[in-house]
Design a protein around this ligand. Structure first.
Ligand code: BES
Ligand code: MN
Ligand code: ZN
Length: 497
């Protein structure tokens, strides 16, 4: 889908989407076409029980008095409640309703009295929402009929201040690029995306100005990463540690911000093997790594004035004759030893070395890890909020606030010594599981032992990485949850003035 911005004009082909405010209050373009249609738009709203609530839509076919094939009414809700997310939902809902049938869609943006956003901002946000919603992963659908494929080719957004909208959209579109890269990587099956092929995808970011380094098994062995390597040893696929650096600050010596991702390209559970039902979902157990890769692309794309490091630990967790056994003791890069009680609690073993490496090598100002870490967080929070764990109140507040603005909400969970005690082992410094009680919290406590007290936050995205339903801007499937919130937090607090 190609997106362009132009000055207001009624289109002569395809579909026209217009906004309608709460209580059926028409925007200027909606009023204009209602007049041309002899009041049929108003009659249709009444007949279709369309009230103008946010995300509500109504299609009018072959409207007489107009040249377009369809008119779509999109509810905008109350003017004072229109924020960035609502503007994105405007674009997302419009393309969701029209992408099946129309090759050309025109979206009209009018000034809205009582709304805090300028039309240019609404337009740019609507374009972002449209792009995020129109994406689909259909590369393996070789038999899909043409009429079942989305028809939408061109989205034109019309408003007076189209030049400002276009400019504003450019930086938002870099974030969309990152999101779509993440979604594509996370959607790929595990026979296509495995540690080396995912590292190869990350290497492509060199084109965006990101410095890339890839460590293989040998180099990790040298660094003493026995925890990560223990997970990888049952697989024929070589593990990889990918380090990405975007040096966007004017001061190259400024301490970077750091993001660490769990990249288990397939999690069978290992010898503590998972049940067959739903195991296919474990192709997206690299969701955290996917977000970190996409985030680096987004930051570089919009030339963020920040030094940022992304580290992803890539492994496949498989059962085999060489696989790690329950009861094995491994030594992590930090020197701490771990008794592996359950080989399915592998994400924390990967992150233990990736995080220790990250803080040791880069001395970051903070470190945020993202991981599809526990089934328990899905029990706690379902699929709406991701779990946030951090001993650092300021970092936790900033993450929560950013998540709220971009529609990636976080819920802060507790940490504490009493939970940490659940990790006590009879043979090693710790064991890798803390029992059923508070499973997400003990997982976070485990990670905390590998932060070396650098300001740190952990996002457990097991419930939010994959969506079973469509929302206004996120179609079902891979969501890239976490990317927009981290990009937003960087933009709000960590870039050069
Ligand atoms: N990747 C899983 C967690 C997961 C579960 C992600 C469901 C997405 C959806 C993780 O590696 C895992 O297996 N965790 C175990 C930990 C347990 C053995 C302590 C779990 O949650 O059951
Ligand atoms: Mn597991
Ligand atoms: Zn896992």
């Amino acid at each position: 889908m190609k997106i362009s911005f132009a000055k207001p004009a009624l289109p002569t082909e395809g579909a026209l989407a217009v906004g309608v405010l709460a209580d059926r209050k028409l925007t200027a373009t909606a009023a204009l076409i209602d007049e041309k249609m002899g009041g049929a738009l108003t009659r249709a709203m009444n007949a279709g029980k369309f009230e103008g609530k946010a995300e509500q839509t109504l299609v009018l076919l072959a409207p007489s008095g107009l040249e377009v094939a369809r008119v779509l009414l999109v509810g905008l809700g109350k003017p004072e409640e229109i924020d960035a997310a609502k503007a994105e939902a405007f674009g997302g809902s419009a393309v969701a309703a029209l992408m099946g049938g129309d090759a050309h869609v025109t979206l009209a943006i009018d000034p809205i009295e009582g709304c805090s956003l300028f039309p240019a901002e609404i337009a740019a946000r609507a374009a972002l929402g449209a792009r995020l919603r129109a994406w689909r992963f259909d590369k393996y659908m070789t038999k899909e009929k043409k009429e079942d494929k989305p028809a939408l080719k061109k989205l034109q957004i019309v408003l007076d201040d189209h030049a400002a909208a276009k400019k504003h959209h450019q930086s938002l579109d870099c974030v969309a690029e990152g999101v779509l890269l993440t979604r594509a990587l996370v959607s790929e099956p595990a026979n296509v995306i495995f540690p080396e092929s995912l590292a190869a995808e990350a290497r492509k970011l060199a084109e965006d100005g990101i410095e890339i380094e890839v460590l293989g098994e040998k180099q990790m062995r040298k660094l003493g990463m026995g925890s990560l390597l223990g997970v990888a040893q049952g697989s024929d696929r070589e593990p990889q540690l990918v380090v990405m650096r975007w040096m966007g600050s004017a001061d190259r010596d400024k301490a970077p911000v750091a993001f660490v991702g769990k990249g288990v390209t397939f999690d069978s559970g290992g010898i503590s093997i998972k049940p067959a039902g739903g195991m296919e979902d474990m192709k997206w157990d690299m969701g955290g790594a996917g977000v970190v890769i996409g985030l680096m692309k987004a930051l570089a794309g919009r030339k963020a004035k920040v030094n940022a490091v992304g580290v992803v630990g890539l492994v496949e967790n498989m059962p085999s004759g060489t696989a790690q056994r329950p009861g094995d003791v491994v030594t992590s890069m930090s020197g701490q030893t771990i008794e592996v009680i359950n080989t399915d609690a592998e994400g924390r073993l990967v992150l233990a070395d990736a995080m220790w490496f990250c803080q040791d090598r880069f001395k970051p100002s903070f470190m945020v890890d993202l991981a599809t870490l526990t089934g328990a967080i899905v029990v706690s929070l379902g699929n709406e909020y991701a779990g946030l764990f951090s001993p650092d109140d300021l970092l936790a507040e900033r993450l929560t606030a950013a998540g709220k603005t971009v529609g990636e909400p976080l819920w802060r969970m507790p940490l504490g010594d009493a939970y940490d005690k659940q990790l006590k082992s009879d043979i090693a410094d710790m064991k890798n599981v803390g029992g059923r009680e508070g499973g997400s919290i003990t997982a976070a406590q485990f990670l905390k032992r590998f932060t070396n007290d650098v300001p740190w936050a952990h996002l457990d995205i097991a419930g939010t990485t994959w969506s079973k339903k469509d929302t206004a801007t996120v179609p079902k499937g891979a969501t890239a949850f976490g990317l927009r919130l981290l990009d937003r937090m960087v933009a709000d607090h960590y870039e050069d003035a």
